[in-house]
Design a protein around this ligand. Structure first.
Ligand code: SAM
Length: 175
């Protein structure tokens, strides 16, 4: 298993991490923001090797992962958006995998202004359907972006019982 030294079963990103790698290769974003570091961080770094893509990852827990493409911010993401935006500008590929639905809400409230294209969220479905993260995302994006100006797809990971989905948002802010 690639990057097995960073893999933790309970984080549930066994299939998501290689999928992020492929999406980044396809989309070729200019700037990537990750909130919630770990196994996925290693795959994102692989995907942007030998590119000009900027990569900022935030986690309040220290990471052992080091890479010359990675700018790691070892803090809570809350109240950092202006500092990050001043330094790096907007992000056209955002991967959010941290905390509770309150964190999801706080992230959208604070960071949506600097998300310019794709946003991916972990853990929006349970086996029985949408969970609270899904409701928070949909409610806030409808309010801030407008129903017609984003597309959302939630992919159920039926191999898992917990954190069992990947949510892919494409913003069309400018139509
Ligand atoms: C599910 S794990 C991330 C898993 C990782 N993406 C992977 O593939 O292994 C969630 C992470 O979010 C971090 N976290 C939780 N709340 C946070 C916050 N408010 N600010 C920054 N990081 C936070 C935790 O420290 C934890 O490392």
């Amino acid at each position: 298993m690639k990057h097995s030294e960073y893999y933790e079963e309970k984080q549930g990103t066994k299939y998501v991490a290689p999928m992020l790698y492929d999406l980044i290769k396809m989309i070729k974003p200019k700037s990537i923001l990750e909130v919630g570091a770990g196994y996925t961080t290693a795959f994102i770094c692989d995907a942007i090797e030998n590119t000009e893509t900027k990569f900022v990852s935030i986690d309040d827990y220290p990471t052992k992962f080091k890479h010359d493409k990675l700018t790691f911010i070892n803090k809570r993401f809350q109240n950092l958006s202006k500092t990050i935006h001043n330094q790096y500008g907007g992000f056209d590929f955002v991967w959010f995998d941290a905390g509770t639905s309150q964190d999801y809400a706080e992230f959208i409230n604070e960071y949506i202004f600097m998300c310019t294209n794709y946003i991916l969220f972990h853990n929006t479905l349970n086996k029985n359907g949408p969970n609270m993260n899904y409701i928070v995302i949909k409610t806030l994006l409808d309010e801030f972006i407008g129903k017609q100006k984003y597309e959302m797809i939630n992919i159920l990971e039926s191999n898992k019982d917990d954190q069992c989905s990947l949510c892919l948002i494409k913003l069309n802010k400018f139509i």
